[in-house]
Write a new protein. Sequence first.
Length: 319
Amino acid sequence: MQKQPKKHHWLRWLIGLAVTLLIVIFAAGGYFFHVAMVPGHKDFISSNTKIVKSDPLYKQKKWFQDVHKTRWTIKSATGNYRLDAWYVPAEKKTNKSVLIAHGFMGNKDQMGAYAALFHQLGYNVLVPDARAQGQSQGKYIGYGWPERYDERKWINKLIKYNGQDSQIVMFGVSMGGATTMMTSGIKLPHQVKAFVEDCGYSSLATEIDYEAQNLYHLPWLVRKPLEGSLSIINRVANGFYLHDASSTAMLKKNHRPMLFIHGANDDFVPTRMVYQNYQATKGPKRLWVVKGAAHAKSFATHPKAYQKHVQDFLNQYVK
């Protein structure tokens, strides 16, 4: 019986190894897809909503907890999901409204301090739950990419409710900050006057890569294949590749005013990203890097200065 040439054995071995590696890579990609995109408890995210008197933002959070809120709902721009929000009118009738976007695995009730800030500045306040989070329906978290069109639907609902002379500001923190920046790059009603983003990432791909290093300490040779498989899985299940969800790309299409806020000690969305975002936008802009502030802690670290920066910036564009 004739022996098979040795090179055929090597070829079969290499094919087998390649197939095995692909299976392992896509299995790991599926695991990280579940961690990153599927809603549920995340060990690295605090879900505590209890407010304590030692919190520097206690008064603001307590106000939002106690104030009368009206529930608003819409259908999502894609996927036919019911999206849920709280609406609080200003104390005095006004055409000024703010749309507030929360962070990753957050919800509308966690944004009470920011709602109080804007209400104190005389705004009507609308705080939605993003798709697949809080009381809103949805299968997967979109990191601001599909949500930007949901935000536009909320904006249109505000205009319909408060009138064509509405003046609307969009504000967001962390993933909500990225959602704000991504929304700024799509076609919006002229009633949208300005944006304020706090600690949003420059793109989903760079944020995922950063967390793969920071949380999982994965070397480059491991990270890149895993991120590639995660991106493909996300494209199939969630409708977009990781690199599609780019704040900087959308900011290049934005010509409206934007205030950028970022903690100087942010080790979750690294502070360097805010400089990339700031450089990308084409509209009037201001940057405040907050000394001593960790991720999403700028308001709590310097409450009075935070309100003053927001108020001074918006007073230029919302009359």
